[in-house]
Design a protein around this ligand. Structure first.
Ligand SMILES: NC(=O)c1ccc[n+]([C@@H]2O[C@H](COP(=O)([O-])OP(=O)(O)OC[C@H]3O[C@@H](n4cnc5c(N)ncnc54)[C@H](OP(=O)(O)O)[C@@H]3O)[C@@H](O)[C@H]2O)c1
Length: 424
């Protein structure tokens, strides 16, 4: 089955998990194939302080400041650890359009606001999609051990570098710690495995995938481990392991200290867990990754993160489409068919997907749409030569139904026989 980046609800999919461990399902077609801001010096600030103090201003307005800061840091420091991802992320493909917006992080680094999600990109297509996406202009890769295709992403990255499409410093590579590796002694092991598969020396971001710790499954027994402790058992079981998040986080912090990852973060955490984490962490999370689309707006969570200078990445930014093939959503749940979205798309001459993604970026989140279709890959990156009006933004926000598709409190019980709510 498709390993749920999350979850999944049908018996058929449930039964086939062992065959396609880790979340790789059939892919689709890849055919063969300004924001003006001020000036730091005129503001009398040093670049780093300026970037920090401006952090939660409208990132669109300050976009060019960030890029200038990055460029300056490249020139003055020429050191990746300090200067972060400094490229303009303007590809040749997009040379006629505006460059990608960057999301400033608290330490002065910047996260490309659009990335490519790899969940359910078929292994056989992954390397090609990675290369094609890089040629189109993608520089932000959202990977995870659980997706079962990191080795193929690694192959694609090697081809990107070999073909000189861009340099490693121009890429932002995220991976995620799977649930079975929350014990501190397993965290570095899991991270090193992702590094090896992705063929890189360090990650830009490593996230705790879920606030769910499961019993350890040795790498040699099964990798990625998925949700079941033993898929061959009758019945197979998901076995929680009560590991305090504080212990896992301590091991995540050590990854930064060892130079294996540049930023650490969390995923699928709500406000209470984030607040608790912030009370004891030595190294703060840079990013929270959450499900977010117009049917799941989560305004309080977003506002809380902004107040804590925690950048937010929206996963499943297109809403239902990712979950329809899994039996976890229907066409009627698709915001891409919503009359409000369709009307705005028609008014602006854009696709519904572009409207939904632009809304995500314009509200300050990064978006990481998955696609293995060349047409969609191109479309999903073309978000920076138009804007939504305040009225558009409000109309889209008003579509909120608090409709979560990726809910362990639902899918763990349906697919893995274990009631495991995390949001209630
Ligand atoms: N942290 C977590 O727990 C978590 C959970 C879920 C996802 N994620 C991450 O977030 C990424 C994105 O989420 P997702 O994959 O669930 O969903 P998504 O990106 O919102 O939607 C993907 C679906 O939309 C289709 N699509 C893509 N572009 C389109 C366009 N322009 N027009 C119409 N359809 C389009 C894709 O099909 P085609 O391939 O045919 O284009 C695919 O079926 C994942 O890949 C993963 O990296 C993280």
């Amino acid at each position: 089955m498709v390993g749920i980046d999350g979850g999944l609800g049908t018996d058929a999919l449930f039964a086939s998990e062992a065959a396609t461990l880790g979340g790789v399902a059939g892919g689709t077609d890849l055919d063969g194939s300004d924001f003006d801001g001020g000036d730091f010096s005129s503001a009398g600030l040093n670049p780093l302080d300026a970037a920090r103090s401006l952090f939660w201003y409208d990132v669109f307005t300050w976009y060019s400041l960030v890029i200038r800061l990055s460029a300056r840091r490249v020139l003055s420091l020429n050191h990746r650890t300090d200067c972060g991802n400094t490229a303009s992320f303007r590809s040749s493909y997009h040379s006629s359009s505006k460059p990608m917006k960057m999301i400033p992080l608290a330490n002065g680094d910047a996260l490309p606001s659009v990335g490519l999600g790899f969940w359910k990109i078929d292994r056989s297509r992954t390397a090609d999609v990675t290369l094609e996406a890089a040629r189109i202009g993608y520089r932000h890769w959202d990977c995870a051990a659980d997706y079962g295709n990191e080795a193929e992403v690694g192959e694609g990255i090697a081809r990107v570098l070999g073909d000189r499409v861009c340099s490693r410093d121009e890429m932002w590579i995220t991976s995620k710690l799977w649930n079975t590796y929350h014990r501190p002694s397993h965290v570095a092991q899991a991270c090193r495995r992702s590094l090896k598969d992705l063929r890189v020396d360090s990650l830009d971001l490593y996230l705790v995938h879920f606030p769910i710790a499961l019993a350890y499954v040795p790498f040699e027994v099964r990798y990625p481990a998925g949700w079941f402790f033993d898929p061959e058992a009758t019945p197979p079981k998901m076995i929680p392991d009560p590991v305090p998040i504080a212990e896992t986080w301590g091991a995540m912090e050590r990854l930064v200290e060892q130079g294996l990852v540049r930023h650490i973060g969390i995923s699928n955490f709500g406000v209470s867990l984030v607040r608790d984490l912030l009370s004891y962490c030595r190294i703060r999370p840079s990013v929270l990754q959450i499900e977010s689309h117009p049917y799941l707006v989560q305004p309080k969570l977003l506002r809380y993160c902004q107040s804590e200078r925690l950048a937010v990445t929206a996963f499943s930014p297109l809403g239902a489409p990712s979950y329809i093939p899994l039996g976890m959503a229907t066409d009627q749940d698709s915001v891409l068919n919503d009359s409000v979205i369709v009307a705005i798309a028609s008014e602006l001459g854009r696709s519904p997907a572009q409207i939904v993604l632009r809304w995500g970026v314009q509200r300050g989140t990064a978006v990481i749409p998955k696609s293995s279709s060349r047409e969609h890959l191109i479309e999903n990156l073309q978000l920076f030569d138009f804007e939504l009006s305040d009225a558009h933004m409000q109309a889209i926000q008003a579509l909120d139904r608090n409709q979560r598709f990726n809910d362990p409190g639902v899918f763990c019980e349906k697919a893995f026989g274990c009631f495991y709510p995390i949001y209630e």
